[in-house]
Ligand binder design. Structure first.
Ligand code: AR6
Length: 521
């Protein structure tokens, strides 16, 4: 246990990492297959950005692949000299972005030339209005031309077919950081073709929704997000990162998920480290870092949100590109992203969030050329009425979701999970419940649990006391699950969950079990 001055309780990080060091954990390999599209040529050498992979029959306008803005099937109607004509949209994009652009207003005009019926891009204009002359000059003379050039090189940088990661399909995509940068440059310039209504299951990546924000109160968040994004482009256009990133969609059908009411693992076999200071991204180096996600990955990153997920996505903008090809998550699905880099420092949270300058990420690379940063995207459920989350079906949904996110094909030497108050902020879930469900999922997947309570000292102590109680009494997962289901019937306040579990355990010792009670003599 830690000394009095420490902010953590439980096992030390050294103990959890078995003293082998945090960079020793198993990683998922990059092996080209039907299920893993690798869009660059192997191996990654770090001498220059990986060469793009060219498909024999590239798909750039297809229902199973991302529709590329440069596809010759992408057409756009315009009126030229009073006549309606259909133009190649990519040509319009190239022409429009090749004209001089010196202000937010001109940038907006340029974007309008290849996007019909756009709303007013108020936030974008105001952002530049509020910068001083020197900052504006620096952006329009220096950075914007580089972003445009990166965007317009997309046909050369990413000539391959980029598959959509669709619902209920276990599939991975690996892209070079340069390919992601070029895609993101296109997203910032809003060049991606708009999808038909049926395809709304993809979150979407064009930045329009960020630019059009007009709620004054929240505009500050937009400015800070834009600073993070422009800082990313500043860094990557100065020195292009040479690594790669893998996005893996995971779906585990119910039949392959343990039955929680018969899982007889001891909870004490899972080690916990609970810290009231620190954050997942600052302190979770080498661990499986949970993103408190929305089923539309990235949540409100290109809109009004500015909590854990949105902040993570703007400081690590490579995550944002997932919105282009990751279909909305369903209950038994998660996404694992390996290799993203962090580019920005920040302070504050939600309305006080502020960009604090560039961040130089020194996370080492794995043998496949990815930073050893793994993000586990799992979306909790939003609850409007607290007691809804204690329905067994609701608890099952959450514990299964965490199980899908934490599970791995590897069985030994798995990184611990770095998580915290998942689903307990914007989504209003109960800390007491979600911590136990995450503990169960860690136990079932063979990972230890590192939990950041985000400043909550009382909860750090409460959760640890509960953990000690479960450990000392040799309580198994199945038993805990039954106590949780028992609690749901009492309709008790969530604050009483831990004391209820203790009482239920003592009662189970005293009384004959329900099964015996009903046995005929
Ligand atoms: N590290 C550790 N803990 C954190 C961190 C961090 N960096 N940031 C926040 N917390 P929330 P949710 C704690 O509300 O409830 C987004 O819009 C802090 O105590 O982001 O699952 C998504 O897109 C915070 O209150 O997650 C979804 O739409 C708590 O974690 C929705 O929010 C929960 O953070 C998800 O909401």
């Amino acid at each position: 246990d830690a000394t009095d001055t420490e902010t953590w309780v439980g096992s030390s990080l050294c103990e959890i990492c078995s003293n082998k060091g945090i960079w020793s954990f198993n990683v998922n390999p990059v092996n080209i297959s039907k299920y893993h599209a690798v869009l660059y040529n192997l191996p990654v050498t770090f001498k220059k950005p990986p060469e793009p992979h060219i498909n024999a029959d590239p798909k750039h306008w297809d229902d199973d692949y991302v529709r590329m803005p440069y596809s010759d099937k992408s057409l756009f109607p315009i009126t030229e000299n009073g006549v309606d004509v259909i133009k190649l949209r990519w040509k319009l994009i190239v022409d429009s972005l090749s004209e001089p652009i010196n202000s937010g207003r001109e940038l907006e005009e340029a974007i309008r030339k290849y996007n019909s019926s756009l709303p007013e891009l108020t936030a974008l204009r105001k952002y530049f209005d509020e910068l001083d002359e020197e900052e504006n000059e620096c952006f329009f003379k220096n950075l914007l031309p580089k972003i445009i050039s990166l965007a317009l090189q997309l046909p050369q940088i990413l000539p391959g077919s980029l598959p959509l990661l669709k619902k209920h399909c276990n599939r991975s995509v690996s892209l070079s950081q340069q390919q992601i940068a070029s895609l993101l440059a296109n997203a910032v310039l809003c060049t991606f073709p708009w999808r038909k209504k049926v395809a709304n299951a993809y979150p979407g990546v064009n930045f329009v929704s960020l630019y059009m924000a007009d709620k004054r109160a929240q505009r500050q968040n937009f400015y800070e997000k834009l600073k993070c994004i422009f800082n990313y482009f500043h860094l990557v256009t100065k020195s292009m990162p040479l690594g790669v990133v893998t996005f893996e969609r995971k779906y585990i059908p119910k039949s392959n998920i343990p039955r929680w009411d018969s899982l007889d693992n001891y909870l004490k076999d899972t080690k916990v480290h609970i810290d009231s200071s620190g954050t997942i991204e600052d302190n979770g180096l080498g661990f499986l870092q949970v993103d408190f996600a929305n089923k539309n990955v990235g949540g409100g990153v290109l809109g009004y949100g500015c909590v854990q997920e949105e902040i993570r996505f703007v400081i690590c903008p490579e995550l944002i590109i997932g919105r282009l090809f990751i279909e909305q998550l369903t209950d038994l699905e998660a996404v694992i992203v390996t290799g993203v880099q962090r580019y920005s420092k920040y302070s504050g949270y939600a309305e006080t969030f502020a960009w604090e300058g560039p961040f130089y990420d020194e996370t080492p690379y794995d043998e496949y050329g990815r930073r050893r940063t793994t993000v586990c995207i799992i979306d909790a459920t939003r609850y409007n009425k607290s007691f809804h989350q204690f329905y067994p079906s609701a608890m099952l949904r959450e514990v299964n979701k965490a199980f899908v996110g934490f599970s791995s094909r590897a069985t030994i030497n798995l990184a611990p999970v770095a998580t915290g108050n998942w689903g307990c902020g914007a989504f209003q879930g109960s800390l007491y419940l979600k911590s136990l469900l995450q503990l169960m999922a860690c136990n079932a997947t063979g990972r230890h649990l590192i939990y950041y309570t985000f400043g909550n000292e009382d909860f750090k102590d409460d959760f640890y006391k509960m953990y000690l109680f479960l450990s000392k009494n040799n309580i198994k997962v199945e038993q805990l699950w039954r106590f949780l289901c028992g609690f749901s019937v009492t309709k008790n306040s969530e604050n009483n969950l831990y004391s209820y579990i203790q009482q239920a355990f003592f009662d189970s010792k005293k009384q004959p079990t329900v099964k015996n009670f009903f046995k005929k003599p």
